[in-house]
Design a protein around this ligand. Sequence first.
Ligand code: IPD
Ligand code: CA
Ligand code: CA
Length: 267
Amino acid sequence: MQIFLDIATEAALAAGAVLQAYFGHLEDAINEKGRPGDLVTVADKASEKVILEVLRRHFPHHSILAEESGKLGDQQSEYLWAIDPLDGTTNYAHQYPFFTVSIGLLVNGVPQVGVIYDPFHNELFRAAQGLGATRNRNAIAVSETSDLSKSLLVTGFGYDRRETSDNNYAEFCHLTHLTQGVRRSGSASLDLAYVACGRVDGYWERGLAPWDIAAGIILLQEAGGKVTAYDRSPLKIESGRILATNSRIHDSLSHELIAGVGNSIKN
Ligand code: IPD
Ligand code: CA
Ligand code: CA
């Protein structure tokens, strides 16, 4: 796993430098991809190009799923790289400095290696199966909060939020009442990294793609956290729906997402 971790790190650092270089200099190079608000910039594309170049040079036979390029390489390979070259594009386009490069490696569909790099704050989160989780090379662990009422959570809202009532608004209101707060960072990979290093106690979201969460899943697991579907069944990454916590609030947060929302305080 170490070689995969090292090469993913090389790619993430190079891509992070690209994002830093474009930050604040996009001018009018921002476009909508389809849904309102779903943006793509020259920086997304330039970052992905750098990542693909590094990964293909080292692992020409691996499969790739990259947000801006789609599926590439040998789709029969047991190794699949899930790449988000800029997670937090809306933030980035507004010069709100919460965004990352996120690179995950799935082996036979299971996340095994993850690198999440926040170039603005120079924070490099890394993990691999059995090797632990680190931030800037120092070991990290999840928080010890066990009471949901004392927890700080984070969540997000997909680009399809205007088209569906399954848009997480009710869940957001319900959990805001029950906890010390619910943040919305605008970067799913950063949300997972912040649970992994104990800054927040739990995260949930729907409507995600594998490239948003592949790296964060292994990072959180290696930091002692728990990742499942909302109902605590094993996570199916393609479902796009994730519950990720410090493990201590997992059952209570799951319960509130599944059973509590309908009985939420309405005001
Ligand atoms: C988005 C961010 C955001 C989440 C969205 C994602 P993008 O990714 O991770 O936090 O709420 O669902 O699509 O478009 O910035 O790469
Ligand atoms: Ca993303
Ligand atoms: Ca992206």
